[in-house]
Design a protein around this ligand. Structure first.
Ligand code: HSE
Length: 338
């Protein structure tokens, strides 16, 4: 970092890349005042330069060549928002091998290549942060990796996908059909580019895989998590649940049964007065039972460009502050699995 300017390279300017850029545009002066560091997106890897965006981006910031970012000695932090596993993982590894700190919201990539990404960060003595990959704006991973480090985990329950929670809410509360509710979720920028990942529970399995690593220190690949999505949930199911005083939510859970850790992602009937039943639309919630802090619930926007951009910029700012203190490296990797 030269002077107090922290330069960011961005990989991918879709919904979430645009949201992150907008968060920094709006908040740049305040962030500078609060941290003493000025942050700027200086280069952006993006094919669709002309895509209509709610923010003006100088054309000279765009590039089609990732090396323009990795090999630029002035870039401190690379933010990966391409989505998918490849080439996202390869790019993150390449960036770290060039000494860049990396921030991502890409739960599929983190869940797939958790050890590789953390080991590469450790080897290169750079920081790797992925708060936005679970729960959008909710700072749950930061809490797990910092404030809750004195705890062991007993139970984890979460509503961790904005799109499916939006669809189930609209079907239940407004009588919308599945297709209309999904179309709205896409329009609002909640859904994945291929919403199958949302509605089949794959996105939630990725997030639960990350939580299993951080909370329980176990590495469970997303494909090994028993999973049912919401495509089989009908209006009739929702009505029947309602007649029993219940609501249906897509729940990720992990808990112990007879001393064995069990986990799954599945549509679950909850009593209408359950805390997680009150989590509507694109809101997410993570309920944790730990040994010392005991019961906690995190709640907030789990999807959408600005909320997700907030979490991404939080990670970037954290890294910028660590660089300024000359402490920007992950030596002992918190939550590292065996
Ligand atoms: N498609 C995801 C969701 C985005 O709907 O929650 C945030 O991870």
């Amino acid at each position: 970092m030269k002077g107090n300017l922290c330069k960011i390279g961005l990989l991918g300017m879709g919904n979430i890349g645009t949201g992150s850029y907008m968060v920094l545009e709006k908040e740049r002066e305040g962030i500078k005042a609060r941290t003493g560091i000025d942050f700027e997106f200086v280069k952006i890897l993006e094919k669709f330069v002309d895509r209509p965006r709610p923010v003006k981006v100088p054309l000279e910031k765009f590039t089609q060549n990732p090396a323009d970012i990795f090999e630029d000695p002035e870039i401190d932090v690379v933010v990966e928002l391409l989505g998918g596993i490849h080439p996202a993982v390869d790019f993150m590894v390449d960036a770290m091998n060039h000494g860049k700190h990396v921030v991502t919201a890409n739960k599929a990539a983190v869940a797939d290549s958790y050890e590789l990404l953390r080991d590469t960060a450790e080897k290169n003595r750079v920081m790797f942060r992925y708060e936005a990959s679970v729960g959008g704006a909710i700072p749950c991973l930061t809490a797990i990796e910092n404030a809750l480090l004195a705890n062991r985990y007993e139970e984890v329950y979460g509503i961790l996908n904005g799109t499916t929670n939006y669809i189930l809410t609209k079907m239940g509360d407004e009588g919308l059909d599945y297709e209309t509710a999904l179309a709205q979720a896409k329009e609002k920028g909640f859904a994945e580019p291929n919403p199958t990942a949302d509605v089949e529970g794959i996105d939630v399995a990725n997030k639960l895989s990350i939580l299993l690593a951080l909370c329980f220190g176990v590495r469970v690949r997303p494909d090994d998590i028993p999973r049912t999505g919401i495509t089989g949930v009908t209006k009739a199911d929702i009505e029947a649940a309602r007649s029993r005083g219940n609501v249906i939510k897509l729940i990720a859970n992990a808990h112990y049964e007879d001393g064995r850790l069990v986990y799954s992602v599945k549509p679950t009937e909850l009593p209408a007065d359950h805390m997680l039943a009150a989590v509507k639309n694109e809101l997410n919630a993570l309920w944790l039972k730990t040994t010392e802090a005991q019961e906690l619930m995190f709640y907030g926007k789990g999807a959408g460009p600005l909320p997700t951009g907030s979490a991404i910029m939080g990670d970037v700012i954290d890294i910028g502050r660590a660089i300024a203190k000359q402490a920007a490296y992950d030596i002992v990797v918190p939550g590292k699995t065996e």
